[in-house]
Unconditional design. Structure first.
Length: 279
């Protein structure tokens, strides 16, 4: 059965791979991106099955306008994919205030506002799916990516909550968590001026690894898109979809360490309750 999809950030990477695969299999796609001409070849090939609109997710007004037009003109949208975003690459002390605002406006506030704009339409049509692209960096953290991680951990918390709020309306969410992927991600990293004080720290080590190519980008965006197509039909929707063998290993280790640390604090946690004799 063919579906209609709304995909933000569809000009490159996983978003572009999704658009290509969906159109090839016969689905209809509403694709948003900052430069719609980037999809002109696909538009020429697939015609009305590709609905494209310019959108900068930093503008809440534009988000609401584009989402309204997409649902109104296409009638129904079954799956919404939030994939627009970028990464600020620098130690917390190095990045500027404007860069922090831009990181959070794009990855966090932009994603939240796309979801908020879609919810009334999804609720009115009796349900739908939202695939929120997060990252393995929504469950663990690397030095030199502190603001990027802040955006990803935050959007995961938002989704965990809103998914419970709208479950009675048949709206389901999946957090998609890719590991390092062979896209233009590295070239798109936004880097502030480097402080010499961080040269011989874990932040400097990560910088050198990315610059030298030692930071492995093993994820295949086409295979990741295929996995997302499959999960969109899964019943019930899994809350998370982790993509990449390295990501699996690293998140597994991080969660095991957090659980072990939690268990070590059990006695302290239990000791802080109000004494039963005072209830």
């Amino acid at each position: 059965m063919n579906h209609t999809w709304l995909i933000t950030g569809s000009s490159s990477g996983i978003g572009r791979a999704l658009v290509e695969q969906l159109l090839a299999r016969g689905d209809r796609v509403a694709a948003t991106l900052r430069h719609p001409d980037a999809l002109s070849e696909l538009k020429a090939r697939y015609g009305e099955r590709l609905w494209a609109a310019q959108l900068d997710v930093n503008s809440t007004v534009a988000i609401r306008d584009v989402v309204h037009r997409a649902f109104t003109e296409l009638g129904r949208i079954d799956v919404v994919v939030n994939s627009a975003g970028y990464a600020l690459f620098g130690a917390a002390e190095e990045v500027s205030d404007d860069q922090i605002d831009q990181q959070l406006r794009t990855n966090l506030v932009g994603s939240i506002q796309v979801i908020r704009a879609c919810l009334p339409f999804l609720r009115a049509q009796g349900g739908g799916r939202v695939l929120q692209v997060s990252s393995e960096g929504g469950q663990l953290a690397y030095p030199n990516f502190s603001l990027y991680h802040a955006s990803k951990w935050a959007i995961e918390g938002f989704v965990e909550s809103v998914a419970q709020e709208v479950a009675p309306f048949g709206i389901e969410f999946t957090l998609v968590e890719p590991g390092p992927t062979r896209t233009n991600f590295g070239a798109a990293l936004v880097s502030p001026p480097v402080m010499a004080e961080y040269e011989h720290t874990p932040a400097g080590d990560v910088r050198r690894a990315v610059a030298s190519g030692a930071f492995p980008l093993t994820g295949d965006p086409q295979k990741m898109a295929e996995a997302m197509l499959e999960v969109a039909d899964a019943q019930p929707a899994p809350r998370r979809l982790l993509l990449g063998s390295g990501a699996y290993a690293r998140v597994h280790t991080a969660l095991a360490e957090r659980l072990a640390a939690l268990e070590r604090q059990r006695e302290v946690a239990m000791s802080t309750e109000i004494d039963s004799s005072h209830l």
